[in-house]
Ligand binder design. Structure first.
Ligand code: NAD
Length: 484
């Protein structure tokens, strides 16, 4: 018995409703057992949600508020998540597979977006442009209206908060398509909107298949702006839909990010970075450190240390792992685990060697894969270019610095990158040359909600997080007044 409710509904215009496409089973990936059943939205449900959001926009219920009041509501949503953390965390763990402590970290992360963007609401200002004595000219930053947001399953709460918080803070009404593999915990986003006093229809949350509800949302003619976080092929479909309606879209896609480790790097500190970089959330993080490119003089020593660390992680059901520490949960599904496992097998046939992991832990039935380290990977192998989205690290080696940079830049992606060295000149030069939206020097994941995030190349376009994200959700209007 999981103790969670059996049937979960969609949230449209302030009401909990069934879905026109029926229901979907939500599976606990740690056990393979049915966890709950969720209402499944169809195109008609999406239309209701978009119309509800549009009404909120046209009536000025959000956009017409004084920004400080709107900002306070957004902040209250974050506090609501923290207040309900003990209830939300086990649901997120059971539907997604992550450890209970990771679920708690994710809820804090989601709350932080509401705190940050709630605070930013009243900082957006237009400007006055001088046109001579006979004119008065000013600009206004207006919300687009209805923001359609498509969410992936890896961090359902945090990814939702990342787009929803700045969209609401700038006065947009939102329709969110939750991930069909992990839709349950978004219920608390809807409850948070209600508790914060947002008008009905300002936040709508629907679970549905991508090809049905997702496509209906991205093609809807009354949606004014789109945010998509997910894979490259789906991102291309979303961008095409946005183009047909001539609406802007933000694409936050995948990555194959590399850390370059020089001979003078602090390896004790770096092994900790690897622990978080590739094994957090069982490697299902878009900005994961999926490649390490290490100077040949430190290669063997580093691989030994990483393998020791990986073998020290306790792998098993996330619900049994409440305490922050050296543990890792299930992947999202057996399908994803099988895909990752077969990528490891293919890499070995292409000439890579297994330093550790690569197997399913014997004592668990669910979607588990041991923390894996592949060595002797070269940049021409598929494993060095394709996103695994699992706990699989590829280690490559270099002799000349230029080669390291070239390898790091050799994939079609460009989400993040890292340089590990005590030489600040070398780090700064590398930071300039790496083609990635974010570069970490001596700490993977350095930064936070305040720092802009997004891709170069096939990792997408537009920026989320930081002040930059606000510009996704507003458009500039110029008002020029001819004086008498
Ligand atoms: P996905 O592309 O399969 O699905 C993402 C979402 O898109 C889901 O909600 C899905 O239902 C929906 N969808 C699917 N087809 C659709 C369509 N035709 N039209 C509209 N919506 C559709 O991705 P995923 O497997 O859920 O997530 C993993 C991927 O997401 C990885 O590639 C990862 O790197 C990426 N990701 C990127 C970021 C980032 O910020 N850059 C963050 C998290 C995940």
């Amino acid at each position: 018995m999981t103790g969670i409710q059996e049937y979960w509904q969609n949230y449209i215009d302030g009401e909990w409703v069934d879905g026109g496409a029926g229901r979907i089973d939500v599976i606990d990936p740690a056990t393979g057992q049915l966890l709950a059943v969720h209402a499944l939205a169809d195109a008609r449900d999406v239309d209701f949600a978009v119309q509800a959001a549009r009404q909120v926009h046209l009536a000025g219920e959000l956009a017409g508020l004084r920004p400080v009041d709107r900002g306070r509501m957004v902040q209250a949503m974050g506090r609501f998540l923290i207040d309900n953390l003990d209830e939300i965390a086990p649901v997120l763990t059971r539907e997604q597979g992550k450890t209970l402590w990771e679920a708690r970290v994710e809820i804090h992360g989601a709350a932080r977006y509401f705190e940050y963007y709630g605070n930013q609401a009243e900082t957006l200002e237009g400007r006055s442009i001088p046109l001579g004595a006979r004119y008065f000219d000013f600009t206004v930053l207006e919300p687009y209206g209805v923001s359609g947001q498509i969410i992936p399953w890896n961090y359902p709460l945090e990814m939702t908060a990342r787009s929803l918080a700045p969209a609401l803070a700038t006065g947009n009404a939102c329709v969110i398509k939750s991930p069909e593999l992990a839709p349950l915990s978004l219920r608390w986003i809807a409850l948070a909107a209600e508790a914060a006093g947002l008008p009905s229809g300002a936040v709508n949350i629907l679970c549905g298949y991508g090809r049905e509800a997702g496509a209906a949302l991205t093609h809807h003619p009354r949606v004014n702006q789109l945010v998509f976080t997910g894979s490259v092929p789906t991102g291309i479909a979303v961008a095409k839909a946005a183009a047909l309606n001539v609406v802007p879209c933000v694409l936050e896609l995948g990555g194959k990010s590399a850390a370059i480790v020089h001979e003078d790097a602090d390896l004790d500190a770096f092994v900790e970075d690897v622990r978080w970089g590739i094994y957090l959330n069982a490697g299902q993080t878009c900005s994961a450190m999926s490649r390490v490119i290490v100077h040949e003089s430190r290669h063997d020593e580093l691989v030994d240390r990483i393998a020791d660390m990986a073998e020290g992680l306790s792998v098993g059901p996330g619900i049994d792992r409440p305490a922050f520490g050296a543990s890792m949960g299930a992947m999202i599904s057996e399908l994803q685990r099988d895909r990752a496992e077969s990528m490891v097998t293919e890499a070995i046939s292409a000439g890579a060697n297994l330093a550790t992991g690569g197997r399913r832990p014997k004592n668990h039935v669910g979607a588990f894969l041991e923390p894996t380290v592949l060595t002797d990977v070269t940049q021409d192998m598929a494993i060095a270019n394709d996103e695994v989205f699992g706990p699989v690290l590829s280690v490559l080696r270099f002799r000349e610095e230029d080669d390291a940079i070239e390898m790091a830049n050799a994939t079609p992606y460009g989400l993040v990158g890292g340089v590990f060295t005590r030489d600040l000149d070398r780090a700064t030069a590398a930071a300039r040359r790496l083609r990635a939206g974010q570069v970490f020097v001596n700490e993977w994941y350095a930064g936070g909600v305040e720092t802009p995030f997004g891709g170069y190349g096939k990792s997408g376009y537009g920026r989320e997080k930081g002040r930059e994200a606000l510009w996704n959700y507003v458009q500039t209007k110029n008002v020029a007044i001819r004086l008498g």
